[in-house]
Design a protein around this ligand. Structure first.
Ligand SMILES: O=C(O)CCC(=O)C(=O)O
Ligand SMILES: [Fe+2]
Length: 223
């Protein structure tokens, strides 16, 4: 077996640097950042192939709700998820990339991001995730949400957009097509968002950078 060469996960490469700089400046100015064809193409390709190859049994219905009241709520969300552990190479490379972004954002924005968790999500045709926040003030350690899309050749009539609302009042939102390589970052407590039903299988990664403060006496509460 050939040894696999991996980059030092803590240092941004020149290619990452441009993207990371624009994410940092968007988040500083607006609290969110939307980037098309942003993931390194080989990484996007590898993740897309990996997620489509994964055995369906690895995916489980996603839970909703606040920290202590988690339950499956099929009225709120219908997707199935699989947490990314880094056991497979594509997942490992994704976690390394997110780690470089974490280090970069901490340096630029002083957010004190401490850790990262993420899962693959599969939305079968018709699946959705209703308007929601990823974090509620004082209830979770999630500070910054990161979503990446893994769908080559997405057509406009296939729908399945992410709608990112600018605040609690916004009803119009900004629509993001879930096309391969697009990356969206936003402050988890500030931007409600939803996933519209799609006409074909829709694959994404949702992740969260977290801080390490204790909440209600519990340190680093469970997902
Ligand atoms: O897949 C997406 O577009 C976003 C998913 C999402 O909002 C979530 O998992 O919290
Ligand atoms: Fe979300």
């Amino acid at each position: 077996m050939n040894p696999v060469t991996r980059l030092d996960p803590s240092t941004a490469t020149p290619a990452d640097d441009l993207l990371f700089a624009s994410i940092a400046s968007d988040v500083r100015q607006h609290g969110y950042s939307i980037n098309t064809m942003a993931l390194p193409p080989t990484l996007a390709q590898a993740l897309g192939e990996h997620v489509r190859d994964m055995h369906p049994d690895l995916f489980a219905p996603a839970a909703t709700g606040r920290q202590l009241e988690r339950s499956r709520n099929a009225f709120v969300r219908r997707d199935e998820i699989c947490w990314i552990t880094g056991a497979a190479l594509a997942g490992r490379e994704w976690l390394d990339w997110a780690e470089r972004l974490r280090v970069y954002l901490n340096r630029e924005l002083l957010l004190g991001l401490f850790s990262f968790e993420s899962h693959f999500a599969h939305y079968a045709p018709g699946d959705f995730y209703r308007r929601h926040y990823d974090a509620f003030r004082g209830e979770t350690n999630r500070v910054l949400s990161l979503v990446a899309y893994l769908n080559p050749g997405w057509q406009p009539d296939e729908k399945g957009e992410l709608v990112l609302y600018r605040d609690g009042e916004d009803q119009e939102g900004i629509r993001v097509v879930p096309a391969l390589g697009s990356v969206v970052v936003f402050l988890s407590e500030d931007f409600p968002h939803e996933v519209l039903p799609a006409a074909r299988d829709r694959y994404s990664i949702a992740g969260w950078f977290r801080v390490n403060t204790s909440i209600g006496g519990r340190i680093d509460p469970p997902r």
